[in-house]
Design a protein around this ligand. Structure first.
Ligand code: NDP
Length: 335
């Protein structure tokens, strides 16, 4: 069983030397356990936070242990009555080829149906990132038809699901993404009404002017994935009583400070600003996954994937994700 462990913690920017590839034997199964062969590993920005030792909402990744991560795969051996060899499952198997799972522990493993939805999508649009988009939009922003809602990191796993869910609610949907290809894709494939390229609009003034044109009726809801001057620019265009779901601040994950230049706008525009962690809202997952599964099955959400080949490619692909080299949901294909 090939595994990738966290070997040492990053000082500032993460590098491939923080990770180490190791080999181990898979232990024999106990009663209640299943052996899962992973087909895909999910790479997600939150893993960067876990690599640090500081205080956060999540425990740091222990050194020398297999990196945490979502996986989809197939049961290849089972000593649990509810799981049979061949079942397709999603779980948190980590950066390794196989995992032994205590299937009696709630929330460790979920069987999935691949009739209408490809297995890999259960790590993206019909998985944790999809539910993240759904929760922030539906439960925090709670838009009315006709309202304008904006999202940063628009073409990623979360952003692409956000567009589909917001369109289904009759919103005007505006994205912010890096580069002309991603922006064109957002409009042509993901259903965004407009997508603004922050690599063209590189400061608050330029981006807020572009947002003014893209959002002629102002901004009613913003889903924050990035932070920094992008947030400053959006704040300038918010309507009274706009709602901001703070999901991620990826521009600062390597420790860069991200001052807010005009927090008084929160008061002036009577904004609701709410952070959230999707794993703390398991009660909405069934409803959210049902809607997301429907959007994928009907072709209204056609998520794109960036697929790295083989476990050894995971560290490089992960560092690329933090820099926007991914185009859509970042995965690692293991078999
Ligand atoms: P994505 O697929 O969107 O990949 C990350 C994207 O972030 C990159 O492709 C890049 O897009 C963008 N990005 C990276 N660095 C910068 C930067 N300095 N400035 C602007 N954009 C940048 O990842 P996910 O969809 O998985 O995650 C999106 C966000 O959601 C992340 O912030 C993540 O931490 C957060 N999240 C939060 C959860 C929660 O429970 N709160 C759960 C899941 C995700 P581009 O090329 O367009 O710049």
């Amino acid at each position: 069983n090939q595994q990738i462990v966290l070997d040492n913690r990053p000082q500032g920017e993460a590098t491939v030397s923080n990770f180490k590839l190791v080999q181990s034997e898979t232990p024999a199964l106990q009663d209640g356990q299943v052996l899962v062969q992973h087909h895909y590993l999910s790479l997600d920005p939150y893993m960067r936070g876990r690599m640090n030792d500081g205080k956060s909402y999540a425990q740091p990744q222990p050194l020398g242990q297999v990196m945490i991560g979502g996986t989809v795969g197939e049961v290849v051996e089972s000593r649990h009555p509810r799981y049979a060899v061949g079942d397709k499952v999603v779980g948190m198997g980590g950066w390794q080829q196989y995992s032994v799972v205590d299937a009696n522990t709630p929330g460790t493993l979920r069987k999935v149906d691949t009739t209408h939805v490809p297995l890999s999508h259960y790590l993206g649009a019909v998985g944790m990132p999809g539910v993240t988009a759904w929760y922030g939009l539906v439960k925090i922003i709670n838009p009315q038809a006709g309202e304008t809602v904006v999202v940063s990191a628009a073409t990623g796993a979360v952003g692409s699901a956000y567009a589909a869910v917001a369109k289904a609610r009759g919103c005007r949907v505006v994205g912010i993404a890096g580069g002309p290809d991603k922006c064109a894709y957002a409009v042509n494939e993901l259903g965004f009404d407009v997508c603004l390229d922050y690599k063209v609009h590189t400061d608050v003034k330029s981006l807020s002017q572009a947002l003014k044109e893209a959002c002629p009726d102002g901004i009613d809801g913003y889903f924050e994935n990035v932070g920094g001057y992008i947030l400053d620019a959006v704040l300038l265009r918010t309507n009274a009583f706009a709602r901001i779901a703070v999901c991620g601040m990826i521009a600062g994950y390597d420790g860069k400070p991200m001052p807010l230049s005009n927090p008084a706008l929160i008061l002036i525009n009577r904004l609701k600003v709410q952070g959230f962690i999707v794993g703390e809202h398991m009660e909405v997952w069934p409803e959210a996954l049902a809607e997301l599964g429907g959007l994928v099955a009907s072709g209204k959400l056609r998520p794109r994937e960036s697929v790295a080949q083989g476990l050894a490619a995971a560290p490089e692909a992960f560092l690329g994700l933090l820099k926007g080299k991914n185009f859509g949901k970042q995965l690692v294909k293991l078999i």
